[in-house]
Design a binder for this molecule. Structure first.
Ligand SMILES: Cc1cc2nc3c(=O)[nH]c(=O)nc-3n(C[C@H](O)[C@H](O)[C@H](O)COP(=O)(O)OP(=O)(O)OC[C@H]3O[C@@H](n4cnc5c(N)ncnc54)[C@H](O)[C@@H]3O)c2cc1C
Length: 388
């Protein structure tokens, strides 16, 4: 189906095998607030590296797997079948960095991350700048051959696991004053402090603390790209990550349809399997139909990337894919809870976990409203025929 090549199917199988091996650990992770023992966590990471499922998005020239975008989607779809972010071991380091990393940055951070030896995190969002990234308040002040960073960043995912952070800040002086630049800050570094670590709806071992950067000095060699280019990388990242969010939502919906329909087939109510009740059949049919629509859309968008289609058109399509797949997965999870009944409200149940975990897919990497604005903007600029 979907015109997948034998190589595509082999990536899909490899990722599915790992996802299937992770699934039995979900309930233990859920009950422990997301945590597994260090040994089990390390084993999962080693499995992902050994199966070639880390850095599928990085070109072979930089030590990655050099997968097509469609293959990356197939891998992330399988990662999305697993709750509690256990599938995140199939990590995708920052591919946008490959072209702009200096030799120093490549050796020190990029290549070790591609090998799975280091973990990055992104410190971009702030208390008063989320959807509107252009409105950042964090500053980067030039001081000799260094910069001094000051600001407070919110929701810094994986900070507790990370070896370094990408920090985006506004330049205070020089020819690019007022524009953005991105810097790599080693963790820990003097002046970097966790303000607090809020708890979130989901139970993930990856925390999202609020982090203060107070007079953090970084040499010029830690600046990624040129002054004023900070937003360029953020846009690159959004386009890629929105498609990967959509892919993981496909995996979640696939798992939910599979588990809810298996439950409905076995659950007897009034002498007949639940799956024979037409109101339940409608929920399953709607879920399957929407999953099929979303999958066709996401695979087609990935093929467009592989075919080198226009970046702006792809920007809109990635937004459409993320918008539709994340909202679809939310509806599928809600129906699955309903089909499971009281069991669907228990944290040991996959539908309960996904119904909480999937909520953020409509918020991060651009809320649904932001995706709609992007799509409508591109429609106005390029017209219907260019986009679909
Ligand atoms: C669990 C989690 C992990 C995260 N990880 C990271 C991370 O690692 N690094 C990082 O930098 N950030 C991270 N974020 C931040 C995330 O990207 C932002 O939360 C998101 O972009 C929304 O920004 P905001 O929360 O400030 O909401 P706001 O910008 O305040 O928006 C609030 C709501 O307003 C609506 N809205 C916004 N803009 C428009 C518009 N133009 N038109 C109509 N309605 C609109 C939307 O409904 C939106 O949800 C994370 C967030 C969460 C919850």
């Amino acid at each position: 189906m979907y015109g997948l090549s034998s190589e595509d199917l082999s990536w899909q199988d490899r990722a599915r095998d790992l996802a299937d091996a992770l699934i039995p650990h979900e309930v233990e992770a859920e009950i422990a607030g997301g945590w597994l023992t260090a040994e089990v966590h390390a084993e999962h990471h080693e499995q992902a590296v050994a199966r070639g499922l880390v850095a599928t998005n990085i070109p072979a020239s930089a030590g990655g797997r050099g997968c097509t975008m469609l293959q990356q989607v197939l891998v992330q779809e399988q990662a999305g079948r697993v709750t509690n972010a256990l599938g995140w071991v199939m990590a995708t380091p920052p591919a946008w960095w490959v072209d702009v990393a200096t030799d120093f940055q490549r050796e020190r951070w990029l290549l070790p991350t591609v090998r799975g030896e280091q973990v990055e995190c992104y410190a971009i969002t702030e208390e008063h700048a989320g959807s509107d990234v252009a409105d950042l308040a964090a500053t980067a002040r030039r001081d000799g051959d260094s910069y001094v960073l000051d600001g407070e960043k919110w929701h810094v995912t994986s900070y507790n696991e990370a070896s370094y952070a990408f920090v985006q800040a506004v330049l205070t002086d020089g020819p690019h004053a007022g524009e953005h630049a991105m810097f790599v800050v080693d963790l820990p570094s003097p002046g970097v402090r966790v303000v607090r670590t809020p708890t979130y709806s989901h139970s993930f071992a990856h925390q999202h603390p609020i982090v203060a950067f107070e007079g953090v000095r970084v040499p010029e060699s830690h600046r990624v790209g040129a002054e004023g280019e900070g937003m360029v990388f953020a846009q690159e990242w959004f386009r890629f990550e929105r498609l990967m969010v959509a892919a993981r939502c496909l995996g979640a919906a696939d798992r939910l349809v599979e588990e809810a329909s298996a439950f409905a087939s076995g659950r007897m109510i009034g002498g007949a399997p639940l799956a024979e009740r037409q109101l339940v059949q409608a929920m399953l049919a709607d879920s399957l139909t929407e999953l099929f629509a979303a999958r066709s859309m996401v695979y087609e968008t990935a093929r467009g990337v592989d075919a080198g289609q226009d970046r702006k058109v792809l920007h809109a399509r990635c937004s459409m894919a993320k918008l539709y797949a994340s909202e679809m997965a939310g509806r599928v999870a809600d129906r699955a809870v309903q089909i499971f009944g009281g069991r669907g409200y228990m944290r040991e149940n996959v539908a309960e976990r996904f119904s909480r975990e999937l909520r953020v897919e409509r918020i991060w990497e651009g809320a649904s409203e932001v995706q709609r604005v992007i799509v409508a903007d591109q429609l106005a600029k390029r017209g219907l025929r260019a986009l679909i």
